[in-house]
Design a protein. Structure first.
Length: 368
């Protein structure tokens, strides 16, 4: 068992603990550190969704970390939400990246110097530290040697993180129908605490209903057979599960009026989609605004984008954009700031949420 100095020392995401003689890994941590969700370690190693425990911690005499014995706190239940495993895996990857970057900087080495010493491609360390490449445990061993990390417990903990970080998310089985680097986007999206999205022509993916999504994929730029269309729709619907979690992200969507006027799938499908947007606005933690036609030129006319924000200060916002030729990421803070400023301007020129709801209702009624 871990030893505590204060309750703030409760294990972080990715840490290993033992409860009731079984090994678990922390997959979620409540604010304040008093509670955690533990994922059965064996299920992670097997790449499946296993049993979890919801645990409330207390500090016993001797400063040992134990489940609170006086409370009915340890409750087994099925791990039936793949997006939660995706969020856990992404958190593990980000923790590993942060640790490796911090160790490199403490050693006074540049990315190029590390790559040269390990006889790697010059960009490999950059790709590892930006999350574009998941390091193999052997890569981590080599990096720790270069960084002068001698403590065996620290080395084993980071190597274990590398093993967990290489586990596959629920989307892996769809990789043959997903656009380039879309898997990385799903992982980051599942861990985001805020999602700001602007769409110029269509309803955002997280707010599409199934029939609208199917019509959109069918009419998209790629020639897909019926099975591939259905699999892409399944991915989109599964992504939306993050909006049903207790710790769901704040979603703020701004749409050009063209997105609600284009009758994707026909009047019946579009009517249902607009009703779906109205319902989403009433559920809380979802804000929708429309930029009306009469605004004229405005900051969004250059194209759609998504800004993902994260709960920890060590994670900077990232921007994601889809194009026909491939998907683009922006993760340099100074460049991301341009998109944040553009989104603030979009909020200013868009209709208020109440006026947006009125426009959605009128557009929906016009289709009946």
């Amino acid at each position: 068992m871990p030893t505590l100095t204060t309750m703030d020392d409760t294990p972080e995401i990715g840490a290993l603990v033992e409860v009731r003689g079984q090994r678990w890994v922390v997959s979620e941590k409540a604010a304040g550190g008093a509670a955690s969700t533990l994922l059965d370690l064996q299920s992670v190693e097997d790449g499946r969704y296993g049993e979890t425990l919801s645990v409330i911690w207390e500090v016993e005499p001797g400063r040992r970390l134990l489940p609170a014995g006086s409370l009915p706190d340890v409750t087994p239940h099925g791990f039936d939400a793949p997006d939660r495993l995706a969020a856990f895996l992404d958190a593990v990857r980000r923790q590993l990246i942060a640790e490796l970057k911090q160790l490199r900087e403490a050693a006074g080495l540049t990315q190029d110097e590390v790559a040269e010493r390990l006889d790697w491609h010059p960009t490999k360390v950059f790709r590892i530290e930006t999350g574009r490449t998941g390091p193999h445990p052997n890569d981590v061993r080599g990096m720790l040697d270069i960084y002068g990390v001698k403590d065996q417990r620290q080395r084993e903990a980071l190597i274990q993180l590398a093993k967990h970080a290489r586990k596959r998310g629920w989307w892996y089985s769809y990789r043959d129908v997903l656009p380039s680097r879309y898997e990385f986007f799903i992982g980051r999206e599942s861990e985001a605490s805020s999602i700001r999205t602007f769409e110029l022509a269509v309803i955002p993916g997280l707010l599409q209903n199934e029939d609208y999504a199917r019509a959109l994929v069918r009419g998209g730029p790629l020639e897909l057979d019926l099975e591939d269309i259905e699999r892409r729709v399944e991915v989109r619907m599964t992504r939306q599960r993050i909006l049903t979690r207790k710790d769901r992200p704040q979603l703020w969507a701004i749409l050009d009026e063209a997105a609600i006027r284009r009758t994707v799938g026909g009047p019946e499908v579009m009517h249902s989609q607009l009703q779906h947007l109205i319902t989403a606005m009433e559920e809380g933690k979802t804000t929708i605004q429309v930029v009306p036609y009469d605004v004229g030129a405005y900051p969004g006319t250059t194209g759609s984008f998504i800004i993902l924000g994260f709960p920890t200060s060590t994670d900077v916002d990232v921007v994601y954009m889809e194009t026909i030729g491939g998907n683009l990421w922006v993760d340099k803070a100074e460049e991301v700031e341009h998109y944040v400023t553009a989104f603030d301007h979009l909020r200013a020129v868009a209709l208020s949420p109440d006026d947006t709801r009125d426009m959605l209702l009128a557009a929906s009624e016009a289709l009946t």
